[in-house]
Ligand binder design. Structure first.
Ligand code: ADP
Length: 473
């Protein structure tokens, strides 16, 4: 734990496992109620001075943190692979993506512009100023254990807020490494604080109820997000919620089915399917289903599962045993209701994989709305394929979900892509693009996928209050 500029030890600890091998790779402090209180008090005290700093001072510190991250890129990536499981190349990409937020918001800090608004009264002027919202409680997930931290902390710090970070219990070591970077960059004591904990509920309650905390930013499951949002609302806190997804991917008849299968296999199996923007329903026109399914299945079956540190590993483990069970139960349910397994469909245990949580990259065809996988987020390496007949039908099917985070479209016809872009009720639409994310672009969902946006110009607004001055002159 890092509270008020000090590393605190001498408390009970909990272990951190490598999901590829089951090995214990470290231990972190398990915080108590007193530690939560100490972190909130420190952040509250520090806010009084931090909010007075200039945007240029805050920018300089964020820039230094960015430099340190870039210098330690490989060390951070190796730690991420050991703690979270993704292949080293994917970890390197994530560290870069994470660092991008520090640089982006180091720059955005200087652009917190206000406004002067003309009044209908001759002797009146309106001045609008942006001010930091206050102490921020940040709760982050394990699937992107570094970039989800910088995506929240960089705009909060740029805005002039102080932060208490509570990372996921499966990946606290990445959070600790990031906190070392913030400390070395020179953020004053209490401005950035870390509390690690095995049972997150008391921290969630404190973040949502303590009057000193003004904002909760959360990335995680819809179930937990809704619970926290309810509690935060009762205490009038601002929130940002990045929750679950159930992304549709539509392959229109004019698209090259082989090219689409290549792209969708890359995004589906990225991070072993453990991403809120992972395609969860792949719609392909019935006349083109055969070449598409063939290519997708070949690509899935060729993927080499293993330890992300080994050369040649294409897909890493799932995070834990519970994740394996969830994926397997969705596959079994689909098969019982008539889906066919083209490839995969089982746990992987050969060649030493039995120590970790590995599941074979899977392609399911004949998926229907009656199956759990059609509605529930899978968070695993399963590509469910559904055929359709008309554009109207497929748009209706794609929108038929409680979620609204990401959607994907493959078509070479500009009118088709524009119609689809406008008709899809999702916050992010990748048009012949499987990576529609960047520190410069607003990320966030509609419906049960959440509230607010991260990254981009909008990202800093989440941490600002608007203050109006009315002046009679
Ligand atoms: P997942 O199922 O992907 O692990 P969770 O929503 O359970 O998603 O976890 C995302 C983050 O939310 C993690 O940091 C976790 O510790 C935290 N979390 C889970 N339950 C609670 C809770 N009741 N209060 C606060 N944080 C929670």
């Amino acid at each position: 734990m890092y509270i008020n500029g000090e590393w605190l030890t001498g408390r009970p600890e909990f272990p951190v496992n490598n999901p590829a091998t089951g090995e214990i790779i470290g231990r972190v402090t398990d915080c108590s109620d007193q530690d939560i209180e100490a972190a909130i008090a420190a952040a509250d005290r520090a806010f009084k001075e931090w909010k007075k700093t200039t945007a240029y001072q805050r920018s300089q510190l964020l820039y230094r943190a960015w430099e340190l991250m870039m210098r330690q890129k490989r060390t951070l990536a190796e730690l991420m692979t050991r703690e979270q499981g993704k292949p080293l190349k994917a970890s390197l990409n994530e560290v870069q993506y994470g660092a991008d937020f520090l640089l982006w918001f180091a720059e955005e800090a200087k652009r917190m512009y206000g406004q002067i608004i003309p009044s209908a009264r001759e002797n009146q002027r309106f001045l609008v100023q942006k001010s930091p919202i206050g102490v921020v409680g940040a709760i982050t997930p394990w699937n992107y254990p570094i970039s989800m931290i910088t995506r929240k902390l960089a705009p909060a710090l740029a805005a002039g807020c102080t932060v208490i970070l509570k990372p996921a219990e499966s990946t606290p070591l990445c959070a600790k490494a990031m906190m070392e970077i913030f400390a070395e960059a020179g953020f004053p004591p209490g401005v950035v604080n870390l509390i690690t904990v095995q049972n997150p509920a008391p921290v969630g309650t404190a973040f949502c109820t303590d009057p000193r905390i003004r904002k909760l930013t959360f990335t995680g499951s819809t179930a937990v997000g809704k619970e926290l949002n309810g509690l935060a609302a009762a205490n009038m806190k601002r929130v940002s919620m990045e929750l679950g997804g159930h992304a549709p991917a539509i392959v229109f008849p004019d698209a090259d089915p082989v090219h689409a299968a290549k792209g969708l296999s890359l995004v589906k199996f990225l991070n072993t399917g453990q991403a809120c923007i992972s395609p969860n329903r792949i719609f392909v026109h019935e006349d083109h289903a055969e070449p598409f399914i063939k290519e997708l299945s070949i690509r899935a079956s060729r993927m080499v599962a293993g330890n992300g540190m080994s050369e040649g590993t294409g897909i890493g483990p799932l995070i834990n045993e519970l994740a394996i069970q969830k994926v397997d139960s969705q596959v079994k349910d689909a098969v019982a209701l008539g889906a066919k397994v083209e490839t995969g469909g089982h746990r992987l245990t050969d060649n030493g994989l039995n120590e970790g949580h590995f599941y074979a990259p899977t392609v399911l065809v004949g998926v229907t709305p009656a199956m759990k996988i059609y509605r529930e987020e899978t968070f695993g390496p399963v590509a469910p394929v559904i055929t359709y007949r008309s554009e109207d039908d497929v748009i209706a099917m794609a929108n038929d979900t409680e979620y609204g985070l990401a959607a994907y479209v493959y078509s070479n016809n500009m009118a088709t892509t524009m119609r689809a872009f406008e008709a899809l009720d999702f916050g992010i639409v990748g048009i012949n693009d499987i990576n529609p994310t960047s520190a410069a672009a607003p990320f966030g969902g509609m419906k049960n996928s959440g509230i607010g946006r991260e990254g981009a110009q909008e990202g800093i607004e989440e941490y600002l209050n608007t203050k109006l001055g009315g002046f009679t002159i």
